[in-house]
Design a protein around this ligand. Structure first.
Ligand code: DAH
Length: 341
């Protein structure tokens, strides 16, 4: 058998080398390595080889099989075909795919920075807090009663009974007041999480920006003026705002802030649900219990706070109808907002 193997090694290589078409090569592959090919038959004949020689012969045959296979592939490439592709050979003269251009900030980040810039102009500075937050800061210190429905497992991603993913940026208010003496005017932008099913207006992660101003004799009029300045700057229009009474545990009184609809200027349209108004944030005067939790003398200071959704105001400004677009990272969508702000 050894001689047969040696002969096939030389003879096979010669036959492969002299093949001139891909069809010849295919025929050779069948003749040598196919189901009834010469190498295959030899492998089958191994059972008749003396037991002592069998392992050696088996190894030889497998080596031959590998060598012939490699020669077949190499010759195929020489003949202009490729190992993996059928069809015409690669045309190196074709123009390539143009590069997509340099990367850019995501619309949400651009919006977040633009909002911060407006508040810097109003004298605010910026702070941060953790996204993985203690239940204490996310709820208790913000005057949420123990049985408040927002603590329900439905809305909050709990990591353990005392630790959750923050559902709002408001906890940064308390963390900041614990280490900062008044007067202060600060904003806290960041990502928040809620256990919600995604739809056109809900996402389990989104961005908020929190504002907090504390000092002596800070009033609701300061809040109104600050928000009006922001709206004028960000939306670039003189849309009026209005306060509607509301409830938040951490402010008293609490309001929801509406601005006149950017799309119809108050006439009523699909964007504003025919009301002429768009809700843009929650706000109010800081509740004395929140001051207490932060260690402030609650009768000395007053303050206002607000919280708004970055996603929401970006969607309103650019007419984006589905929040999920902001998280899918489809370049065809994102590239429309290159350098908008
Ligand atoms: N944290 C509130 C929310 O996520 C928004 C909010 C409302 C923040 C009123 C505030 C505020 O600071 O005063 O719904």
């Amino acid at each position: 058998m050894k001689e047969t193997i040696d002969r096939l090694r030389i003879d096979g290589a010669e036959r492969i080398g002299s093949a001139t078409t891909e069809a010849d090569l295919e025929a050779l592959r069948t003749a040598l390595l196919g189901r009834k090919g010469e190498v295959t038959l030899l492998l089958r004949g191994l059972k008749d080889v003396a037991e002592a020689d069998r392992p050696k012969m088996g190894a030889e045959l497998n080596r031959l099989k590998g060598e012939l296979g490699a020669l077949l592939e190499a010759r195929l490439v020489e003949l202009g075909g490729t190992e993996v592709m059928d069809g015409p050979a690669l045309d190196l003269t074709l123009p390539g795919t143009p590069p997509t251009g340099p990367g850019t900030n995501h619309l949400l980040l651009t919006t977040l920075e633009a909002v911060c810039d407006i508040f810097y102009g109003l004298g605010f500075s910026r702070g941060v807090g953790p996204e993985v937050e203690l239940d204490y800061y996310n709820f208790t210190a913000l005057n949420f009663p123990d049985d408040h429905p927002a603590r329900d497992i439905q809305d909050t991603f709990y990591i353990n009974p005392k630790v959750c993913l923050r559902t709002q940026t408001s906890p940064v208010q308390v963390r900041t007041m614990e280490i900062t003496e008044p007067p202060l005017a600060m904003i806290f932008p960041g990502r928040v999480y809620r256990n919600e099913n995604a739809d056109a207006s809900h996402s389990s992660e989104f961005y908020q920006i929190e504002g907090l101003v504390v000092g002596e004799a800070i009033s609701m009029a300061d809040l109104k003026d600050t928000i009006d300045s922001f709206v004028r700057n960000f939306f670039g229009a003189n849309e009026p705002t209005r306060f509607r009474p509301h409830y938040f545990p951490f402010t008293e009184p609490s309001v929801e802030v509406d601005m006149q609809c950017v799309a119809c200027h108050g006439k009523g349209c699909g964007v504003c649900g025919q009301t002429g108004w768009l809700e843009i944030m929650g706000a109010g005067m800081v509740h004395p219990n929140v001051f207490k939790a932060a260690g402030y003398e609650d009768d000395k200071y007053t303050g206002f706070a607000f919280g708004m959704g970055i996603d929401r105001i970006a969607m309103l400004k650019y007419g984006i109808g589905d929040i999920r677009l902001l998280y899918e990272n489809d370049l065809r969508f994102l590239n429309q907002f290159r350098g908008v702000l």
